[in-house]
Design a protein around this ligand. Structure first.
Ligand code: 13P
Length: 227
């Protein structure tokens, strides 16, 4: 079976009570169906405020889910008001998303600042999911996993075709010597198989479909079915 990485991105959604309810529902599904994701690494990338409460819930229930942040400071610890450093994240989570198109668009993040973020995350031992909107945007050398997320497919319900996503991902792999690349943009339980069945695609990065525990569970179950 092909190893897959499936990382849910909650973006700026949910308070603590809602996050706990998500875990309760997800756990109930896992128990009921005796679910195991043998070849799928499951990651939830959540707002900073939810990392600690979710870490507690997930470890208490021994859920096979790893945690990630959605951003990281380009600086180390120090006088950088409002920022969360990579070492602070690493105390609670193993993963971080860097370069999401929403950060590039709404927060003006440049390739240069993203390089600094990657350097900080790498030095702290975080695993990085680096997002790019196309096969022309550079991927820094230290990145573990990249994600191809065409801007027009994010949150629109119009996913890229699996064939085109696979072509872009194959180009990214060749150009930037990166081994693992995900697809993101309107991925659902209904279309996930068409993406992960493509040999070049190593997993998916769902946003909306990760917010609902049952939908996310169904997405994992569907992905698990590929040979
Ligand atoms: P949607 O799955 O909601 O389109 O979001 C994709 C995304 O931006 C994940 O990072």
């Amino acid at each position: 079976m092909k190893p897959l990485l499936i990382a849910g991105n909650w973006k700026s959604n949910k308070g603590i009570a809602e996050a706990k309810e998500w875990v309760r529902q997800f756990n109930a599904k896992c128990q009921m169906l005796n679910a195991k994701w043998d070849h799928i690494t499951v990651v939830l990338c959540v707002p900073f405020t939810l990392v600690y409460p979710l870490k507690r819930e997930i470890s208490q229930l021994r859920l096979p889910v790893q945690l990630g942040a959605q951003d990281v400071s380009p600086f180390g610890e120090g006088a950088y008001t409002g920022e969360v450093s990579a070492t602070q994240i690493k105390e609670l989570a193993d993963w971080v998303i860097i370069g999401h198109s929403e950060r590039r668009k709404y927060f003006g993040e440049t390739d240069e600042v993203l390089m600094q973020k990657v350097a900080q995350a790498k030095a702290a031992g975080l695993k990085i999911i680096f997002c790019v909107p196309d096969d022309k945007t550079p991927i820094p050398a230290d990145v573990d996993v990249a994600a191809y997320e065409p801007v027009w497919a994010i949150g629109t319900g119009y996913a890229d075709t699996p064939e085109n996503a696979a072509t872009v991902i194959a180009t990214l792999k060749q150009k930037f010597s990166i081994r693992q690349v995900l697809y993101g943009g309107s991925v659902t339980a209904e279309n996930v198989v068409s993406f992960v069945a493509q040999p070049a695609i190593d997993g998916v990065l769902p946003g909306g479909a990760s917010l609902d525990a049952a939908k996310f569970f169904d997405l994992l179950t569907a992905a698990q079915s590929i040979p």
